[in-house]
Design a protein around this ligand. Structure first.
Ligand code: AP5
Ligand code: MG
Ligand code: ZN
Length: 219
């Protein structure tokens, strides 16, 4: 099963992708995470991407398409993947369609996790992740069970993203509405579009996704 998760910055794509990956044995492919790893490693791609990401704009289509094309050649993706934050433009969606045909795979669903702009700034400015295992948290909505200690790995080191500030969030939202929202009708036309209400609490969003996917996976 191959899924695309669509939704605004801070909409819960990463949070839900991690849960779906465990339940259905899929691999989360977050182009945002891959680009941040490239920035941290100081690679050529990372050098090109850093300023664009910090400004809340989209990295060029060529770069992210190449990253995904290469990643899909790893055998661990054969069971199915969750595209998190990719595609983000019509050109990327067309490239993904072409890639999937070439690699003899298909897209099952493109699921919009719909959240209006209003709650987004609070979600993004409260976000932090474990510096060791990447588990995601929120100051208000998803605190670790013990303050300052990661639930998953016990680490006490947490990180916040450079682009998670109120000013950049508005630019990321604008990029979403202008460049990514056209993918909703794009996938609707293909017959794979589904909608989930992303304003519910985190577990309720997960249940909505499972209600959609369990019948397909026969769980
Ligand atoms: P990326 O890393 O993809 O960022 P994004 O799309 O802005 O999405 P986020 O990761 O911010 O949000 P999310 O939906 O994953 O939310 P999360 O689950 O963490 O991209 C970063 C940058 O990289 C882009 O700006 C661009 O420059 C570049 N880039 C990446 N992909 C690209 C591409 N394909 N093309 C071009 N450029 C690309 O949740 C957020 C917070 O809210 C968390 O703290 C969480 O705990 C909390 N939360 C989640 N769900 C709920 C809920 N239901 N209720 C309350 N709180 C919740
Ligand atoms: Mg994310
Ligand atoms: Zn951890």
């Amino acid at each position: 099963m191959n899924l695309v998760l669509l939704g605004p910055p801070g909409g819960g794509k990463g949070t839900q992708a991690k849960r779906l990956q465990d339940r259905y044995g899929l691999i989360q492919l977050s182009t945002g995470d891959m680009l941040r790893a490239a920035v941290a490693s100081g690679s050529e791609v990372g050098k090109k991407a850093k300023a664009v990401m910090d400004a809340g704009q989209l990295v060029s289509d060529d770069i992210v398409i190449a990253i995904i094309d290469e990643r899909l050649d790893q055998p661990d993706t054969l069971n199915g993947v969750i595209f998190d934050g990719f595609p983000r433009t019509v050109a990327q969606a067309e490239a993904l369609d072409e890639m999937l045909v070439r690699k003899k795979r298909k897209l099952d669903f493109a699921i919009e996790i719909r959240v209006p702009d209003a709650p987004i700034v609070e979600r993004i400015t409260g976000r932090f992740t474990c510096g060791k295992c990447g588990a995601g948290y929120h100051d208000k909505f998803q605190r670790p069970k013990a303050d300052g200690v990661c639930d998953s790995c016990g680490s006490t080191e947490f990180v916040r993203r450079a682009d998670d500030n109120a000013e950049t969030v508005n630019k990321r939202l604008a990029a979403y509405h202008e460049q990514t929202a056209p993918l909703l009708p794009y996938y609707d036309k293909q017959g794979v579009y589904k909608l989930v209400d992303g304003t519910q609490d985190i577990s309720a969003v997960t249940r909505s996704l499972e209600a959609l996917l369990d019948p397909v996976r026969g769980q």
